[in-house]
Design a protein around this ligand. Structure first.
Ligand code: ADP
Ligand code: MG
Length: 596
């Protein structure tokens, strides 16, 4: 810990709030921080860097929050991000809430303007009662008013972020506290590291036996692996249970790769049929939220029974009756499940496995053809088919993915082979998380990252391309440009000549952005170009950008979730009204003409 040298011989060395907070973070193994500096946290970030924390200065607080969230998901330890007071703080609330919804451990630290003037609404610079504002957006919101409380505040934040269902925690750091001083030796002596912030939570043996008995009674048992299962970092226990029982499984998007996607027990290609015909479903770290149709309705077998393994007891019965709740951490629980296997005869019926295999073969043949058929211009299927070929040879590349069709089709087409190698829009289906996730993943792991965005999604957080270049991170950004939100051929309903509310620039050369910052840009218009450029970009381990030209007609409105669109009772046009355009790629450029 750095100390301020006393002016007189008699005075003991002092430390200040900023140095002490850095020391407390380091004591707890927090050695990275993402953020955007300004008053009153500029010196805090400089001190953090000087004392050994890797500080990643970013361009927007939301992206810094997402980078920290990616780190939290990948490591199981809190990612930390830093913001200035009021406006920077408010920008950080969205990723803080997103991380909390996703169950990723994150700590947001913000500087806060002097409390005495804020509380009397005297009109302080960037004055806001931040601790109170943060409350609904995270698991807990703390303010450290006295520097003596820093070890306690940091410990509270780490334990809250990591224990139970992980999530976001806020720490407010008033400017008055940053400037406080105390005896350096006393401060050092009071530092401590949190003792096991995510203690094992062992489920009751009764609940484990009840679950195994229900599985043994099933004819068509199905396992759902969610991102909680990936987060739990007990890959072998889960793989062993799936393989020993032979039960078909369905990976949620961020659980892809927990078992390799080409595993014969995967039901990824026959999801609908598996859900409609399963009689017992074992949920491992997956919630019955909108993504699983709340566990009810036409998508599910009406008589299905659920076993749910979760660390959070309040998740049980969230949207329907659960026959067998198992409350515990997934690692401890899977250990008991595996140990109990010798007592029960658990397997899926041969008829059902055959039925799923037939459906898988049929769907793979139909879908696979679309990913291999060249068109001009390209569409999502064949562009991502080319990406799949490269990723099949580069299993250890981390994939970040956001967009509508770009997300849905990439999840279906690009196979994952290793756990925790896929990050995407998550529980809220958020756009604008991608570049932050990519930076967090690259900084945390040092591995190559492929960050695939729709052109609309990329618009939210594209400026972080500069951060990737400044830190020389091994990230390849890829935009699939179909010229709009969902697609680029919607009509100007006002007949004003203005673009439609969904339209963006179909001919934009997004790849030029990275060239402005010293990275390498590529423009791809064919499947071969996508494949060769991506191969070269990943091999370079340097910041690269591949702009892939798609047809403006590629994609469907709202991707796979168009049923969530409310249908207007009165309205001028249906959702799908499109402009009739002819288009071709000439000399590497998209050329459009109005069709007759
Ligand atoms: P997905 O979107 O992939 O279906 P969700 O985010 O909906 O996944 O669900 C993840 C679930 O996993 C959450 O309910 C969370 O409480 C739970 N969870 C997270 N970590 C653990 C853990 N270590 N042990 C048990 N459950 C966990
Ligand atoms: Mg688009």
């Amino acid at each position: 810990m750095a100390t301020t040298t006393a002016t007189t011989q008699a005075t003991a060395p002092l430390t200040d709030g900023a140095h002490y907070l850095v020391a407390a973070l380091l004591k707890n193994g927090i050695d990275k921080m993402y953020g955007v500096v300004g008053i009153p946290v500029t010196d805090f970030a400089r001190i953090a860097q000087a004392e050994g924390i890797r500080y990643i200065g970013m361009r927007h607080e939301a992206d810094a929050g997402n980078a920290a969230a990616a780190q939290g998901f990948l490591t199981g330890k809190p990612g930390v991000f830093l913001t200035v007071s009021a406006p920077g703080f408010l920008n950080g609330l969205a990723p803080l809430k997103e991380a909390t919804e996703n169950g990723f451990p994150v700590i947001m630290i913000s500087g806060e303007s002097s409390r005495s003037t804020v509380d009397l609404y005297e009109g302080q610079y960037e004055g806001l009662d931040q601790r109170a504002y943060a409350v609904p957006f995270c698991k807990a919101s703390y303010r450290i008013d006295n520097m003596e409380d820093i070890p306690l505040g940091v410990a509270r934040a780490i334990r809250t972020a990591c224990s139970g269902r992980p999530g976001g925690v806020y720490i407010s750091m008033p400017d008055t506290m940053i400037g406080q001083t105390m005896n350096a030796a006393a401060a050092e002596a009071a530092l401590y590291a949190v003792n096991d912030p995510a203690l094992a939570m062992i489920p009751s043996q009764e609940s484990v036996d009840a679950a195994l008995q229900l599985l043994a009674n099933a004819k068509n048992p199905l396992i759902f692996l969610g991102k909680g299962a990936a987060y739990a970092q007990c890959d072998e226990e889960i793989q062993s249970f799936v393989h020993k029982t032979g039960i078909p499984y369905q990976p949620m998007s961020m659980a892809k790769g927990l078992l390799p996607d080409d595993d014969p027990q995967s039901t990824a290609s026959c999801r609908g049929l598996a859900m409609r015909t399963a009689d017992v479903v074992l949920l491992i770290g997956a919630r019955l939220n909108w993504m699983l149709n709340f566990g009810k309705g036409k998508h599910w077998n009406q008589d299905v029974k659920f076993i749910q393994i979760d660390i959070d007891p309040t998740e049980i019965d969230n949207s329907r009756y659960i026959e067998c709740p198992v409350i515990g951490d997934i690692k401890s629980t899977m250990k008991l499940f595996n140990e109990g296997l010798s007592k029960y005869d658990i397997h899926a019926s041969k008829e059902w496995i055959d039925l799923l295999a037939q459906d898988t073969a049929k769907n793979n043949a139909r879908f696979g053809a679309k990913t291999q058929e060249e068109t001009q211009p390209l569409n999502h299927y064949n562009a991502l088919g080319a990406v799949k070929k490269v990723m099949d040879k580069n299993h250890d590349v981390i994939l970040v993915n956001e967009g509508a069709n770009t997300l849905d089709d990439c999840r279906d087409i690009v196979d994952m082979y290793l756990p925790r190698h896929r990050l995407d829009c998550g529980t809220w289906g958020v756009m604008g998380v991608g570049t932050g996730y990519a930076i967090g993943a690259a900084v945390t792991t040092g591995k190559s990252v492929l960050s695939i965005h729709g052109d609309s999604a990329f618009g939210f957080d594209g400026m972080e391309v500069e951060t990737a270049c400044r830190f020389n991170l091994p990230i390849t950004f890829m935009v699939l440009n179909n010229g709009g939100i969902y697609r680029g051929d919607f009509e100007d309903l006002g007949k004003s000549g203005d673009p439609s509310p969904l339209t963006l620039d179909a001919t934009a050369h997004y790849e030029k952005m990275i060239e402005a910052f010293g990275g390498t840009g590529y423009f791809a218009t064919t499947m071969d170009e996508v494949e060769s450029m991506l191969t070269e970009a990943l091999a370079s381990k340097k910041p690269c950008f591949i702009n892939v030209q798609l047809s403006v007609h590629a994609g469907v409105e709202s991707g796979h979730i168009s049923d969530l669109n409310p249908i207007p009772v009165v309205g001028p046009l249906s959702h799908s009204e499109c402009v009739d355009l002819n288009e071709e790629v000439v000399d590497g450029k998209l050329v459009q003409t109005q069709a007759k």
